[in-house]
Design a protein around this ligand. Structure first.
Ligand code: ADP
Ligand code: GN1
Ligand code: MG
Length: 374
């Protein structure tokens, strides 16, 4: 579909391109693994930025470079050695830009593949949950000192759950694809939780919780862990790094680390939550994000449920709108994804008191060690 060799040749890499293959499981961008040969093999991630979703890729890349440059400087200042394994780097084009455009108006970027690491689509181990959460928390700690103007909002109102609720209601009213009759149960599920959609947005608007530079897509496969030691090394997929709330980042970790079934599972009657991994997440995140205020900590447990509800709302809205946003490989996939997320919302609701107790127990302690295996 794309002339990947021609695109790759726009970037300054002094090696011969061997092959380019599709890579990863993201829902938005197109990701490829490009292998080059010089004295030895070198691998890179070649990525098409989805400009139907990200309307201003130049501004997006400006954000990403500001954030990664700052993080690199901070790590240097702190005497960290293996910085290239801890911060993404982007290869310039022959005319000095961090991305190229193809003849069809697509935007592409190239980043060295960080070897000896792994991104997990789901994890069983509390220790890895701790490592991932610590790395995401540390990412926020590093960006908290970002100088200069406010970052661009690459997708405005991305986590404004109140507006996500409204968008769903509008899609249901319009019913452009005649699918509303299939989703009556799901719409009732959301209507019963309308108040929840406003809670964090209102706290932010009232200044009760602070706006921070956050990642906003802290899915577990967006952090690279060291293949051998499991250490959380590098936070990736920085397209939505912009002003937000720390709660959204913690919430998305809960959404993707604690469920016993992954996001694509359809046997949702078996959905449940691993409280062992939940506890590890709280401990890891509070170890990395030492700046959290007590008002934020009070909402941590709720945030997990909220972001899961929001994600389900987004899948359902996209289903009603004819699957325009998330990549799909089969019919009704967005509806299945929505049902998966809503079953997780119910499972999280059942464990809410326990989750709140865990936040009370660990929220103020700084655990610098991963949890011990039970
Ligand atoms: P998407 O927007 O498609 O989710 P990501 O930037 O998250 O794109 O990349 C998809 C996958 O590619 C990741 O989950 C990870 O496995 C891998 N990946 C991306 N960048 C790198 C990198 N620099 N080094 C190693 N693996 C990477
Ligand atoms: C998308 O691109 P990816 O797969 O990391 C989406 C997230 C959703 C996630 C659900 C820019 O993330 O917001 O939570 O799918 N990214 C964007 O799996 O919309
Ligand atoms: Mg990703």
């Amino acid at each position: 579909m794309h002339d990947l060799r021609a695109i790759a040749s726009d970037f300054v890499v002094s090696a011969q391109l061997l092959d380019v293959v599709s890579y990863g499981s993201g829902h938005i961008n197109d990701t490829f693994l490009a292998t080059y040969q010089s004295n030895q093999q070198q691998r890179y991630i070649l990525q098409r930025i989805n400009h139907r979703v990200f309307h201003h890729p130049e501004k997006l890349m400006e954000n990403v470079l500001r954030v990664t440059d700052h993080q690199r400087n901070e790590l240097q200042r702190r005497g960290v050695m293996d910085i290239d394994r801890r911060v993404l780097r982007f290869i310039c084009t022959h005319d000095g830009r961090p991305f190229t455009m193809d003849a069809l108006g697509n935007y592409w970027r190239l980043s060295p593949f960080i070897e000896g690491t792994r991104a997990y689509d789901g994890i069983d181990s509390p220790e890895l949950a701790w490592q991932a959460a610590k790395a995401f928390g540390f990412f926020q700690e590093l960006t908290s000192t970002l100088p200069g103007p406010r970052l661009h909002e690459t997708i405005p109102n991305f986590h404004n759950t109140e507006l996500r609720f409204q968008a769903l209601m509008e899609a249901a009213d319009a019913d452009a694809y005649g699918r509303r009759f299939e989703v009556a149960v799901e719409l009732d599920f959301v209507l019963a939780r309308e108040q929840d959609c406003s809670r964090i947005v209102r706290l932010l608007q009232a200044g009760m919780i602070p706006e921070r530079v956050t990642h906003n897509d802290t899915k577990i496969n967006n952090v690279l862990l060291d293949e051998r030691s499991g250490e959380g090394l590098c936070v990736i997929d920085l397209d939505t790094t912009m002003p937000g709330s720390a709660l959204y980042d913690f919430g998305d970790m809960v959404r993707t680390v604690t469920p016993v079934l992954d996001e694509n599972a359809t046997n949702v009657a078996h959905m449940g939550v691993s409280m062992e991994r939940y506890e590890a997440l709280i401990r890891g995140y509070c170890a990395g994000a030492r700046f959290l205020t007590s008002a934020e900590k009070e909402q941590l447990a709720f945030a997990g449920k909220l972001i899961t509800l929001e994600c389900g709302i987004r899948f359902l809205t996209d289903y009603l709108n004819g699957d325009q946003y998330f990549k799909c490989t089969k019919p009704q996939q967005n509806l299945e994804r929505c049902r998966n997320q809503f079953s997780l919302v119910e499972a999280l609701e059942q464990r809410m008191n326990e989750a709140e107790d865990l936040v009370d127990l660990h929220g103020n302690a700084i655990h610098s060690e991963p949890p011990r295996a039970r």
